[in-house]
Design a binder for this molecule. Structure first.
Ligand code: AMP
Ligand code: ZN
Ligand code: ZN
Length: 406
């Protein structure tokens, strides 16, 4: 089995089958497939249910871990990976945001996610389209908006119920064109592991089914690439946005034990809680919350610790309260709804928040283990592979150079 997988992953032009229209030539333009397995912790590898991912980690490039950006949430981090900007700089500062002009943003608000003015910076797919090459988003935060007036050539409104196999098949169909018209970047996304991590917690044996499902998605992708004779042509990046920490009803902070909820608008309940005080109430709210609970660190936005690189964006409200690992912030009215399971959004330096990074393909050496690096570095890596000039960003190619072929 292992041998078969290694063969699938390293298959070269001598593989049989596949349409002649996609037969690779030596000067084909570079292609990246960027796969996100939401909430996949690097220590989920090697549990006996992810043979393809384990094989990729062994024969390709693997980071010991990738450090997410703060807050360690889905939308901020997915958009960081494709822009190289910290959430504080691209403006998707949480999953739920308030902006004085644009109003409210949430992941399920289609009108908001499709409004380009929420999305700062320039994602890789926009740079690629502007350079005259197509890009394809099989779901990615930001891909539903025409950022800088530009959509990826292929994109779909997010549909969490679309089976993973159908996502892979859509992506493969977009690839199945002559090399000159092939997308330079294709994204692929699954939430299965994040959903199971929230429901059961990262240590639960019940996570296994979701890990297997994510692995099956990547296996189908790799087999499809081989059938298209692209297995040796495509640079495959498999990443996650953040990890997962166990939570439970024994570690809950009810905000209204300390302040009146009439004194604040809670833009996001956290674990990085975004608190916009009512006019004239800021000092009172801050004084009441600061030091109120040992598992809640409370800051004025300008005093958030520098290593979190957070607090300068106008969308960050005046007070940021950060729950310690494993704690849930809620209100008395909702306190009974806190169930055992997992969550993320905590301090991005915590081991439980670590994210996955795997890479293989013609741009990469084989069998390389990289020391940890921050997820802002994925953007300069992708721009380098695609031969595009990176926009100003918070990342660096340096930590990844050792993984690149000369
Ligand atoms: P989080 O609350 O940070 O755990 O977010 C994870 C959830 O984000 C997943 O369960 C997905 O349903 C949702 N999600 C992921 N990508 C998108 C997207 N492009 N549009 C809307 N929702 C998404
Ligand atoms: Zn996520
Ligand atoms: Zn999640």
């Amino acid at each position: 089995m292992r041998r078969l997988l290694a063969f699938l992953l390293l298959a070269t032009a001598c593989s049989s089958g596949g349409p002649p229209a996609t037969r690779p030539g030596p000067s084909d333009p570079p292609v990246i497939i960027l796969v996100s397995i939401d909430g996949f912790r690097p220590d989920y590898l090697g549990r006996g249910v992810t043979p393809t991912l384990d094989s990729l980690a062994r024969v390709g490039v693997r980071a010991e871990w990738m450090e997410p950006s703060f807050p360690s949430k889905t939308f901020p981090n997915h958009y960081t990976i494709v822009t190289g900007l910290r959430p504080d700089h691209h403006g998707i500062i949480a999953n739920n945001i308030r902006d004085s002009v644009l109003g409210s943003f949430s992941m399920s608000n289609r009108a908001a996610v499709q409004e380009a003015r929420w999305w700062g910076g320039e994602p890789v797919w926009v740079a690629l389209e502007k350079a005259g090459r197509p890009a394809s988003a099989m779901f990615w935060p930001g891909s539903e908006a025409a950022i800088g007036g530009v959509h990826a050539t292929h994109w779909l409104p997010f549909d969490g119920r679309m089976p993973e196999a159908d996502r892979v098949d859509s992506l493969l169909a977009w690839l199945d064109v002559p090399a000159a018209r092939r997308p330079g970047l294709l994204t692929l996304y699954t939430a299965a592991v994040d959903n199971a991590g929230h429901a059961f917690g990262p240590g639960s044996p019940r996570l296994a089914d979701s890990l297997a499902l994510a692995d099956a998605m990547v296996t189908r992708l790799v087999a499809g690439l081989r059938a298209h004779r692209l297995a040796d042509r495509v640079n495959l990046l498999v990443v996650s946005d953040h990890g997962m920490a166990p939570v439970g009803p024994d570690r809950v902070i009810a905000l209204d034990d300390y302040i009146s909820l009439d004194d604040v608008t809670v833009n996001d309940w956290g674990p990085a809680v975004m608190l916009a005080p009512a006019p004239g109430r800021a000092a009172a709210v801050y004084a009441a919350l600061r030091g109120a609970h040992p598992a809640l660190d409370v800051y004025w936005k300008q005093d958030v610790p520098g290593r979190l690189e957070f607090g300068t964006h106008p969308r960050v409200p005046a007070i940021v309260a950060i729950a310690r690992e494993g704690w849930t912030v809620t209100s008395r009215a909702r306190i009974d709804r806190v169930t055992p399971g997992g969550n993320h959004g905590f301090d991005n330096a915590l081991p439980s928040m670590r994210a996955l990074f795997l890479a293989s393909g013609p741009a990469f050496r084989r069998g390389v283990v990289l020391p940890a690096f921050p997820n802002v570095d994925v953007y300069p890596l992708m721009m380098h592979i695609l031969g595009l000039e990176p926009a100003p960003n918070d990342g660096s190619l340096e930590p990844l150079r050792a993984a690149l072929r000369p």
